[in-house]
Design a protein around this ligand. Structure first.
Ligand code: ATP
Ligand code: MN
Length: 463
């Protein structure tokens, strides 16, 4: 008999059909005449309820084995279910036990566990309802992201993870070395001599694929990266990981307007796709995690994002009678509390803030004619704050060189990036979206550690 996925059986199989499923037992309930066993194989939120009749051969001994966590293959006949909330159930005719579990030793017993506890058993937590739903949504969202870009002719490009660029100039980098740490080669001034290191210079894990994506956009017009990035920032917050995934489109012949349009269209598309592909999981989040999740998603899809320049944002914040922890003044970056105030309380929807003071933004952002601001954009979302950061890039060689000098960056390291402005430069723009922040936003999950299977954060690299 062909093995079927539980989710497919639950959705579309009719009574009287014979079927085999495989999975892990979630619960067992023994009654007088029969026993219920719920099986889940990760393909859906709902379990398949399996009935073992008293007449099942060697009933007592078989049931004794079917503890929570046990891996099984079960064959039987689909029947209409008399129980509320489920269409069908499976009447077992045969069961094969794969991996057993000693009674009462399984860490995931039926009671509710805290997310904190579940993080300590990250190798097992994906077998719970919540984490199962998160990772199905994560998958659907990844697929939707590729679909969005592929439908629009964007090329998926793979930018390096090992790099010698510090793209943001401000990034906190993880150094990658194979020097003998107990016997480091030193320069005369005592600093480590990275010329002796594997790459002949100091290398690190990338904080962004943007600079290389720009090079690719200037060949393929529209490209995107979707891969892991790394930040050694010691910010133990519910929104920061040391390893996270970033989506970075980059478009040639595009300005800030086009960049904003893409960001908005992109967010709408992926929300819509996830609502369509994971309705059961999204219902679950709405019911159990955050009762605004579905409204928020519909709101994103239906509402036009607010677009305001930084100047206006500062004005609104200064006029408000809200007491902020961090002062609001022109020239300072918006803090999370400011971002949330704008998006949650002032506008009640996503807000795109543009044209930030140049001194708080990266060297590659295009300078505006006012000499003070750059063509940057941040998309701010309720509850999360910044979810997307992007910009039109400085395509003018002289302006870029000047900025690199002003900011004290090393022009020699950026020779190839400057070449892009020498050979066929065009206006171009792009953005970076923190994938886990997006998943947090979609699911309402409060902690970013619970939307990536094996989170890496300061002092935590287990699993
Ligand atoms: P924040 O101010 O929240 O630390 P950032 O200004 O450092 O963000 P960018 O450098 O613009 O962020 O990175 C692009 C996107 O990557 C951000 O908009 C955010 O969604 C995401 N991001 C940044 N840092 C992290 C992190 N440590 N963990 C997860 N996502 C992150
Ligand atoms: Mn940061």
């Amino acid at each position: 008999m062909e093995v079927q996925r539980v989710g497919v059986v639950l959705r579309s199989f009719q009574p009287e059909t014979e079927v085999t499923v495989r999975g892990w037992i979630r619960t067992k309930r023994e009654l007088k005449e029969f026993a219920f066993v719920e099986v889940n194989d990760g393909s859906s939120m709902a379990n398949l309820q399996v009935i073992f009749d008293r007449n099942y051969p060697d009933y007592e001994n078989v049931l004794k084995q079917l503890n929570t966590g046990v891996a099984v293959e079960i064959s039987g006949t689909i029947a209409e279910s008399p129980a509320k909330g489920q269409r069908i159930e499976l009447r077992a005719s045969d069961v094969k036990v794969y991996g057993e579990v000693e009674a009462d030793t399984y860490p995931l017993q039926k009671k509710r566990h805290s997310f904190e506890f579940l993080r300590s058993i990250a190798h097992l937590r994906s077998r719970t309802n919540t984490l199962g739903a998160v990772f199905r949504v994560r998958n659907a969202c990844s697929a939707a992201i590729h679909q969005f870009f592929q439908e629009r002719g964007f090329l998926w490009v793979h930018t390096p993870i090992l790099t010698a660029n510090d793209c943001e100039g401000a990034g906190e980098l993880f150094t990658v070395t194979n020097l003998d740490l107990n016997n480091l080669p030193r320069n005369e001034d005592g600093s480590v001599n990275f010329e002796e290191d594997f790459f002949g210079k100091r290398a690190s894990l990338t904080v962004s694929g943007q600079l290389e994506a720009e090079a690719m956009a200037l060949a393929f017009t529209n490209v995107y990266t979707f891969g892991p990035t790394f930040r050694a920032e010691n910010s133990n917050t519910s929104r920061h990981l040391s390893e996270f995934w970033m989506v970075e489109p980059e478009m040639a012949f595009c300005d800030l307007q086009g960049d904003m349009d893409l960001a908005e269209e992109f967010l709408k598309y992926v929300f819509q796709a996830v609502l369509e592909r994971c309705p059961e999981d999204m219902e679950f989040f709405n019911k159990r995690i955050d009762s605004t999740v579905l409204d928020t998603a519909r709101h994103i899809i239906d509402s036009e994002f607010e677009r305001i320049p930084y100047n206006k944002a500062i004005e609104i914040l200064q006029k408000s009678d809200r007491k902020f922890e961090y002062p609001v003044e022109w020239g300072a970056d918006l803090q999370s509390e400011h971002e949330r105030y704008l998006t949650e309380e002032v506008f009640g929807k996503p807000v795109i803030v543009t044209d930030y003071p140049r001194d708080i933004k990266a060297f590659y952002m295009r300078q505006n004619d006012d000499g003070q601001t750059v063509a940057a954009l941040d998309v701010l979302a309720p509850k999360i704050g910044e979810i997307i950061g992007g910009a039109q890039r400085e395509e003018r060689l002289d302006m870029l060189e000047k900025r690199i000098q002003e900011m004290g960056l090393n022009q020699d390291d950026l020779w190839w990036y400057l070449d892009l402005r020498r050979y066929g430069t065009v206006p171009h723009a792009g953005f970076g979206l923190g994938f886990e922040r997006l998943i947090q936003y979609m699911t309402g999950m409060g902690n970013i550690r619970d939307v990536i299977p094996f989170p890496r954060t300061p002092e935590n690299i287990e699993f």
